[in-house]
Design a protein around this ligand. Structure first.
Ligand SMILES: Cc1cc2nc3c(=O)[nH]c(=O)nc-3n(C[C@H](O)[C@H](O)[C@H](O)COP(=O)(O)OP(=O)(O)OC[C@H]3O[C@@H](n4cnc5c(N)ncnc54)[C@H](O)[C@@H]3O)c2cc1C
Length: 319
């Protein structure tokens, strides 16, 4: 059994903590922000590989996560995971790059319509959708029930932190965009995203849809509200981003123009995706006790359990 400190309490940190605790390790989580204050709370959060690389690893991580989320949808109603029917528009009939991420027993069919954009062709298949306002508290409560300790603290120097956590065999860095400063990682950058929360209106809340014909657009029902997105804009700071009324108007103008009849707006939220040329799940080159798990771009929920499993493998192999 190893003692492991997780740094970060977004989806990456909490799911990594859970996977390690389930594997029998002694775990604690340290983070500056929790729950609704994290980027993970802003996400849709539908299972869909998007804005992440490299394809082979992403597909394997996403496949493992699909199976885990589907099992939560079946067995753990409090986790906030539900199976929806997804319509993902496609410009052609070629297999999508993420085909291998969908479990082979799941039917992925190309059909001649989408509930989002008239005239679009779409891949239709069942997907897990997480409601983070349920899942993040559920993850924290599940960890606490497993005796995983939690601490709120901002860390400014990773080497100092490693020295202070001297009883930890490993520290896992799950700090999302925070890794840009902590690791001085020039590869990591922020991609601004914004969503609008609306009442369902005429939208069938058993269905979700995505489209990239005119920039990224999606409609994802949560348990209480429908999340409408989106955008992906390069952002030159890692300071928290504010939602703007102009972006909300643009998001709603597009889906309204397609004839989608949604209910009144109840809120808007923005976040910064931790984008990287390749998701970083690997041991540090210089510090054998340090493992990284960050840079999940637009698919942190989609890959969470697969990445966590890789971390468990690294810990088991060296413990
Ligand atoms: C608008 C939008 C829509 C999205 N939709 C989806 C979707 O539908 N599906 C999907 O899979 N993904 C989606 N994403 C992407 C997803 O939200 C991210 O990939 C994911 O949240 C990253 O999770 P994380 O745990 O790595 O980082 P975060 O959620 O940012 O958590 C980082 C944690 O590290 C802590 N931390 C950072 N720095 C420090 C420090 N110095 N000291 C102490 N603690 C620190 C933070 O406090 C926090 O607890 C979306 C993102 C956005 C913005």
């Amino acid at each position: 059994m190893a003692t492991v400190t997780i740094l970060g309490a977004g989806v990456s940190g909490l799911v990594t903590a859970l996977a390690l605790a389930e594997a029998g390790h002694r775990v604690r989580v340290v983070a500056e922000r929790w729950g609704e204050q994290t980027t993970s709370a802003v996400a849709g959060a539908i299972w869909m590989p998007y804005l992440c690389n490299p394809p082979e690893r992403v597909n394997q991580w996403s496949l493992e996560t699909y199976r885990w989320l589907a099992s939560l949808a079946a067995d753990e109603p409090g986790a906030g995971v539900d199976m929806l029917t997804m319509y993902e528009s496609t410009p052609d009939d070629a297999d999508p790059w993420w085909r291998a991420a969908v479990p082979p027993e799941i039917k992925l069919e190309l059909i001649g319509r989408s509930p989002l954009r008239p005239g679009a062709r779409a891949w239709r298949f069942p997907v897990p959708r997480v409601d983070p306002s349920f899942c993040l508290p559920w993850l924290r409560a599940t960890l606490e029930a497993r005796a995983v300790g939690t601490r709120t603290e901002r860390i400014d120097d990773l080497r100092n932190f490693l020295a202070r956590e001297r009883d930890a065999d490993f520290v896992v860095n799950c700090t999302g965009l925070g890794a840009k400063r902590l690791c001085a990682d020039p590869e990591l950058h922020a991609l601004f995203g914004q969503v609008v929360h609306v009442q369902p209106g005429a939208w069938d809340t058993r269905e979700a849809a995505g489209d990239e014909a005119e920039g990224v657009a999606y409609v994802i029902p949560r348990r209480g509200v429908v999340v409408v997105g989106g955008c992906s804009i390069e952002h030159d700071s890692d300071a928290p981003a504010a939602a703007s009324d102009a972006v909300t108007r643009e998001i709603l103008r597009r889906v309204d123009g397609w004839g989608v009849r949604l209910g009144p707006v109840v809120g808007q939220r923005a976040g910064l995706r931790p984008s990287r040329s390749a998701v970083r799940v690997e041991p540090d080159e210089a510090e054998p006790r340090l493992i990284h798990n960050y840079g999940h771009g637009g698919a942190g929920w989609t890959m969470c359990r697969g990445c966590a499993n890789t971390v468990v493998g690294l810990v088991d192999q060296s413990a």
